[in-house]
Ligand binder design. Structure first.
Ligand code: GRG
Length: 302
């Protein structure tokens, strides 16, 4: 399969996924509909849909199709979108644009954006708990527990965000800076990408050895994804990326680029992607979308 096929597969998946979103929203008649409109706005405005596609592509290895993976995929994208809405708030990154559109608090208002994030986070778990996710309640329970951990405050995304805020005081010279940045990114960005793949494997009842291989793949792409995000912040085109770039211009900020330099960062990302692809060796060409997605993660321009 060529890279073009992967891009086409992702495009077709995204089209179908975006249509599917509509089925999850029936707006109430009352004024409270403002919050569901804000949730719907942020969820449907752009987005590469890499996490849902990872769920789908992994579950497909075990015979699970689009329909039987959509609840898991959409609940993850809702949770991811909540994190972006909150990350864009004035108290956090204070961004005006996301995915090429005004951020939720710019389109609506700050308080609405906060509760739209809360609404998406809560709705994600409501969807995951539905029998449509999987007829097997043990599978649903595993997914709910894993997503809560991946997104959570102990070793998950919220913990990563906390450390990231604290790390604003750190510089590349801070003792242990390399370990610190890895730890932050494993939690902040890595855990949800890892969940995407592991959730697909759980849906497909993957045997333990294949689950471990897929998990390794997901951990490698997670760090490579964040290194590429830092590279895009330096080299990217604002229109393509869809948000304000070069906010990390400060050479003292703890980023992969400031720690390792641009060229070494690119080499590291490529090395991680080679390792990710290597861990897919037990799979035949049915895993080609996962292989090409890994390569896309470091060659993407947005
Ligand atoms: C609880 C107030 C409060 C805030 C929590 C947890 C959190 C805020 C933010 C999470 C941290 C975060 C936004 C990490 C960034 C991860 C990342 C690189 C996102 C961009 O992912 P892409 O490129 O985006 O896949 P698209 O738009 O394509 O989905």
């Amino acid at each position: 399969m060529t890279t073009n096929n992967f891009k086409e597969n992702l495009k077709q998946y995204t089209l179908r996924f975006n249509q599917e979103i509509e089925k999850y929203f029936s707006f109430p008649k009352g004024e409270e509909k403002r919050v569901s409109q804000a949730m719907h706005y942020s969820l449907s405005c752009g987005g590469k849909r890499l996490r849902p596609f990872l769920v789908y592509s992994t579950a497909k290895l075990f015979g699970i199709d689009f329909t039987n993976s959509i609840n898991t995929a959409i609940s993850l994208e809702m949770l991811h979108t909540y994190s972006l809405i909150h990350d864009d708030l004035p108290a956090m990154d204070n961004d005006d644009f996301r995915r090429g559109f005004p951020t939720c608090h710019k389109k609506f208002d700050e308080a609405t954006a906060i509760i739209a994030g809360d609404g998406l986070l809560t709705y994600a778990f409501e969807i995951l708990s539905s029998p449509k996710t999987s007829s097997d309640s043990a599978v649903r329970c595993r997914l709910i527990s894993l997503l809560a951990q991946a997104a959570g405050a102990f070793n998950g995304m919220v913990a990563g965000q906390m450390l990231d805020l604290i790390a604003e005081q750190y510089t590349p010279q801070t003792p242990n800076a390399k370990n610190i940045i890895n730890h932050i990114e494993e939690m902040k960005t890595g855990r949800l990408l890892r969940y995407a793949v592991e959730a697909g494997a759980i849906l497909g009842n993957a045997p333990a050895d294949l689950f471990e291989k897929l998990s390794k793949y997901s951990r490698k792409i997670g760090i490579a994804f964040q290194i590429t995000d830092d590279i895009l912040d330096v080299e990217g085109n604002e229109e393509l990326v869809g948000k304000t770039l070069r906010k990390d211009n400060n050479q003292n900020k703890l980023t992969f680029i400031n720690l390792y330099g641009l060229e070494k960062s690119k080499q590291m990302a490529q090395e991680l992607i080679s390792q990710a692809i290597e861990s897919l060796s037990p799979f035949d060409n049915s895993a080609d979308d996962l292989r090409q997605l890994a390569q896309y993660i470091i060659t993407r321009n947005h």
